[in-house]
Design a protein around this ligand. Structure first.
Ligand code: 6AU
Length: 263
């Protein structure tokens, strides 16, 4: 049962090298907190990352909401990732034919494959979307994908069969060295201890937003929903003291993980 195993033990089961690295990083840093920095200005993002860097295992970006994007920005992000020891995930949610996602991943304005360790991807197009991503990376052996098997928002169209078929795609022998984990909301979706469950929709003080997002508490995300890593966005970024908020989420999430594996 992967929910009872430590991240150290699970690192030995990871087929994707980046997942192995991430499990080890989480264990060393004692953090299973991913922060979503959904802000429009480069300066504000870098300022935030300098404050939260010590507390996170993954920094999650939506690079296409940045208004003043430039290449120096991603160089600075990569330097901060090295300094504070976290991975960078671009939450692009690729969802097209292989040829298109290959270009979207490796080319265009953002050249995501050059700076992001991890990306998110919808399973909707099937195997071709993963082949396309492999094709868009110079060397995919140091890159990983999180496949969306479920979503956090109310009214989403994903059903049980879609989730099950997504897991089959993830476990397929031709992809499993590239799949680092699964984005989902339930504890029974991920059974393989080598895959990392990433769960968004986590906040301490709200249960929803005005655009269908649904939140659970850090404890519920880890212990009831089975999250290995919880994604926190506005719970931290809207706080008047982002460093203290990040530390608070990190402590609550890590204690919940410790109590999960010990109970
Ligand atoms: O904490 P929030 O609501 O401010 O931010 C949640 C973040 C956003 C979403 O784009 C993302 O998590 N997200 C995802 C991801 C990570 O793929 C999937 C999902 O089902 N729900 C969700 O909110 O950056």
């Amino acid at each position: 049962n992967r929910l009872k195993m430590s991240f150290e033990a699970r690192s030995n089961h990871a087929r994707c090298p980046v997942a192995k690295r991430l499990f080890q990083l989480m264990a060393v840093k004692k953090s299973n907190l991913c922060i979503a920095v959904d802000l429009p200005k480069v300066g504000a993002i870098l300022d935030l990352v300098m404050k939260i860097g010590p507390h996170i295992c993954v920094l999650k970006t939506h690079i296409d909401v940045v208004e003043d994007f430039n290449e120096n920005f991603v160089h600075s992000l990569v330097a901060l990732a090295e300094k504070y020891n976290f991975l960078i995930m671009e939450d692009r949610k690729f969802a097209d034919i292989g040829n298109t996602v290959s270009m979207q991943y490796g080319h265009g304005l953002y050249k995501i494959s050059q700076w992001a360790d991890l990306v998110t991807c919808h399973s909707l197009p099937g195997k071709g979307v993963l082949d396309g991503l492999k094709n868009g990376a110079v060397d995919y052996s140091n890159k990983g994908v999180f496949l969306l098997a479920e979503m956090s928002c109310r009214g989403n169209l994903i059903n049980e069969k879609y989730t099950k078929d997504t897991m089959e795609l993830a476990m397929d022998g031709s992809n499993n060295d590239f799949i680092a984990g699964i984005v989902c909301q339930n504890p029974h979706v991920v059974t393989n201890p080598g895959l990392i469950q990433l769960t968004p929709g986590v906040q301490i003080s709200n249960t929803s937003d005005e655009l269908s997002q649904q939140y659970s508490s850090p404890q519920s995300a880890i212990k009831e929903k089975g999250a290995d890593i919880a994604v926190v966005g506005r719970g931290v970024t809207n706080s008047p003291n982002v460093a203290a908020a990040a530390e608070e989420y990190r402590d609550q999430l890590w204690s919940a993980y410790c109590s999960r594996i010990e109970s």
